[in-house]
Design a protein around this ligand. Structure first.
Ligand SMILES: [Zn+2]
Length: 449
């Protein structure tokens, strides 16, 4: 990448159009861009027929189109917008006016490809009628269209049939190098318009979950209060089980106050943690391992206490309390209690639901999670629908419904353990608004208070 330094110096890391070679070249990835040059090159020209595609969208394959095609064959013109001079424009306008259709150009200085991304993508699909039409008109310019077009044929069928005779004839034209006769005529101003429209962009999506914050917070606080005042009397092993549940509840509480958190990456990360708390509790209860787990964890806690205080700033009170609690013994070097992967445990416990596979990526910051979190499909049809960075918030990840499912399963587990319904399950519908408007109204009222 020899030119890399120069580009950085220029402080202009944008896609550049090298007019000489008719190539679209990204300064940082010249190799990749030139690989698909041919595709982009041909794809671009279809925009010259945008004026015609827009008419088809409105008026179908009706008589006006037949007249246009026959005019093109007669004049040996492809009728790309840059070929339509004043005289041609007048003739086309008159032709269309007889069908009450107004002619208008599309490739103006303020041209914005975002408005035409669908039609542009269709035009690049070699089996789409738009592409057939562009190729037929190109053949008209080369004097080759009359071989395949007659006034008798069913025009709509002719253009809409995939793998058509048009493509076969056009292939011949491009293989014999005649395509160049057309592409060479593309004027600079068209390249300039395209260059301006070469940025990445994406669809904006609305958030899905709008929380009733007071309802959620009220419910979650109640859950904590239920155990807070009696914690001292709760047995050690029960504390293990309840702690894991309450940890999930705390995470849910923190999520609930952020729209982005609820709808984005954080909820995906949290799904995994909340799922871990659930399956670990299930495992411990099923295998009667709570006590063993607790002893293991106490050993680990000693390490954490020392890590918290690096010795220079030792809190004597805290240290005494930990020693009193029986925590301060020689420190073991242990790994995690759960030595196998969560997947293995989930399979063993027969709870390997769909949410596990998807969200487990997130806790490891794997590249798939990174891509899924920050990338969205680029909507610029000239870019072959690659992934691009989403500006603003994260890509929206639908996790929160799954989180409540897991929490409810966790509640089931605890109720089963106590053999009594000590916890009430969540009703998802009661905790979320059904629309953004309802939420906005609620928030306005809240701010007003
Ligand atoms: Zn793009």
């Amino acid at each position: 990448m020899d030119n890399f330094e120069d580009i950085v110096k220029e402080d202009k890391i944008i896609k550049q159009f090298m007019k000489k070679k008719n190539k679209l070249v990204h300064p940082l990835v010249p190799v990749k861009a030139s690989k698909s040059t041919e595709k982009i090159e041909i794809g671009l020209f279809t925009l010259g027929h945008l004026w015609l595609y827009e008419l088809i969208k409105e008026y179908g394959y009706s008589k006006f189109l037949r007249e246009i095609i026959e005019y093109a064959i007669c004049k040996k013109l492809a009728l790309f917008e840059w070929e339509i001079n004043d005289k041609v424009e007048e003739e086309i306008s008159n032709m269309l006016l007889s069908h009450d259709i107004i002619f208008s150009k599309r490739l103006l200085q303020n041209f914005n490809i975002e408005q035409y991304s669908e039609v542009d993508a269709n035009a690049k699909d070699k089996d789409h009628p738009y592409c057939h039409l562009t190729r037929l008109l190109a053949l008209a310019e080369l004097g080759m269209a009359s071989q395949i077009y007659t006034t008798e044929l069913d025009l709509e069928k002719f253009l809409c049939t995939p793998g058509s005779v048009i493509n076969a004839t056009y292939l011949f034209a491009s293989m014999t190098g005649r395509e160049k006769e057309i592409t060479e005529k593309v004027p600079d101003w068209f390249y300039e318009i395209i260059e301006k429209n070469m940025g990445c962009y994406h669809e904006s999506k609305h958030l899905k979950y709008y929380p009733k914050m007071d309802a959620i917070s009220c419910k979650l606080n109640d859950l904590e209060l239920q155990f807070a005042s009696d914690w001292y009397w709760i047995s050690d092993n029960d504390q293990v089980i309840l702690s894991k549940f309450l940890y999930s509840i705390k995470i849910l509480k923190e999520l609930s106050f952020s729209l982005l958190g609820l709808n984005g990456i954080l909820s995906a990360v949290s799904t995994r943690i909340i799922f871990d708390n659930y399956w670990q509790s299930l495992y411990l209860l099923k295998n009667d391992k709570v006590d063993e787990y607790r002893s293991f964890v106490l050993d680990r806690m000693r390490l954490h206490i020392l890590k918290r205080d690096d010795g220079s700033d030792m809190n004597i009170g805290e240290l005494l309390r930990e020693i009193d609690g029986g925590l301060f013994d020689p420190i073991p070097v242990n790994g995690d209690y759960f030595t196998k992967s969560a997947k293995v445990y989930a399979e063993e416990l027969k709870i390997k639901d769909e949410y596990y596979e998807y969200n487990s990526e997130y806790i490891h910051a794997s590249l798939t999670a990174v891509y899924s979190g920050i990338m969205v499909p680029c909507k610029n049809p000239e870019h072959d629908f690659h992934l691009t960075i989403k500006d603003g918030g994260a890509r929206l990840i639908d996790s929160i419904a799954g989180i409540f499912e897991i929490i409810n399963k966790h509640i089931d587990l605890i109720n089963t353990y106590y053999n009594e319904e000590i916890l009430v399950k969540f009703e998802f519908e009661e905790l979320f608004f059904t629309s953004k408007d309802e939420w906005t109204e609620y928030m306005n009222g809240y701010m007003g208070e």
